[in-house]
Structure formats: C-alpha cells, structure tokens
Write a protein that binds this ligand. Structure first.
Ligand SMILES: [Zn+2]
Ligand SMILES: [Zn+2]
Length: 196
C-alpha cells in the first residue's frame, strides 16, 4: 500500500461550492469558521504540491462523493478530504465545464438574516428581502410563496489558491483502480457498513 492509507480523512466542512472566478472554475470547500479555514490552509493545503492534488467524484443516485487529497511537503499534518453531497446545478456545471483545470480555494460560509442584508438581497426562496415582512415574523409576501423566514448566505472566497489539474469523475464500479478513491470508500463506506 502507498502512504495514502495512513492519511486521516477529514469531513468536518459544510459542503463544496463551485464558482467561476478568476477566469477559471473554483472548487471551494466551505467552512463556517474563518479561523478553522486559516488553520486548514496553513497546516495542510499550503504544503500540497499543486501537481499532485487530486479531486475525485463518485456519483450514487442523486448524491455524490467529493474526494480530495494530495502529496504533502509536511506529511505529519496532511489530511484527505471527503464529503457526501447532494448533486446541484453548480456541481453539474462544474462537471461539464471544468476543462481539466480548476483553482482550489477555501470559502467561509455565513448565514444572513433579514436585518443583515440590502433590500435587493435574494432569499433562498428566490424573492428579494423587500418582499419579506419586516415584522418579527419575516414571511415572504410574494404572491403565494410559502417561505416563512428570510434566509440567505454569503460565501467569502479566501485569496490563496492552488491549481488542480487531476480531476476525475468515476463510477463506483471503477473505484478499485483509483487508490485515493478506493481508500476513501473503503475507510468511510465499506468498512462501516460491514460493522452494522
Ligand atoms: Zn418567497
Ligand atoms: Zn424567502
């Protein structure tokens, strides 16, 4: 086995955003805490060699596994990332449009409430803040929208970035041929379901 098998798996992040920014698609693992994102970059991702960064996607129904790992110049603090996520339009857009290259950046995700935003900010229900009642109960007043509370979020992309050129979409039947993916599913899926 390669040294891959000794690198801990990390899934303590919210999800992954796919954004077009700086002329290239960006893959953005999302954290809710700015400090945690700083540690993660400083201790782990900073030491990755761009040419060895791998991201893998394995689809299972309407979900997919996001898997990311790399060789590190500081193996003692290296981590590999994974998360099982819901497929989304942005994910599909990334799948079609990445062209074999992407930037890796971390993002900090902040939830916004009605009092934090401009009138034109969009709620998750797709209507603007001005369409929401400003009383205690900020229900959406737009036609027959059933949104009960204004919620929106903001993603701040951190400046530092790495370039990823090893991007592969796999089917589950093929994961055995890909050491990073195989290790991930083995540790985080197969060995767990056997124990149940
Ligand atoms: Zn609405
Ligand atoms: Zn709403």
């Amino acid at each position: 086995m390669s040294s891959q098998s000794t690198i801990p798996w990390f899934d303590d992040f919210m999800g992954v955003a796919y954004r077009y920014y700086d002329l290239r698609m960006n893959v953005v693992p999302l954290l809710t805490d700015r400090k945690q994102s700083a540690y993660l970059w400083h201790d782990t991702i900073h030491w990755w060699l761009d040419s060895s960064i791998k991201i893998r996607f394995v689809e299972t129904g309407d979900k997919y596994w996001f898997i990311m790992g790399s060789d590190s110049q500081k193996p003692s603090t290296n981590l590999s990332f994974f998360k099982v996520l819901q497929k989304s339009e942005n994910y599909e857009r990334f799948k079609k449009g990445h062209g074999g290259e992407a930037y890796l950046r971390l993002g900090v995700y902040t939830k916004k409430l009605l009092g934090d935003v401009k009138k034109s900010a969009l709620c998750n229900c797709s209507h603007e803040a001005r369409d929401h009642d400003e009383g205690d109960d900020d229900v959406c007043l737009y036609n027959n929208c059933d949104c009960k509370k204004f919620t929106s979020f903001q993603v701040n992309l951190l400046k530092r970035k790495k370039t990823i050129t090893d991007i592969v979409f796999l089917e589950e039947k093929d994961v055995k041929d890909d050491p990073l993916t195989w290790n991930c599913l083995n540790v985080n899926k197969y060995s767990k379901s056997e124990r149940n």
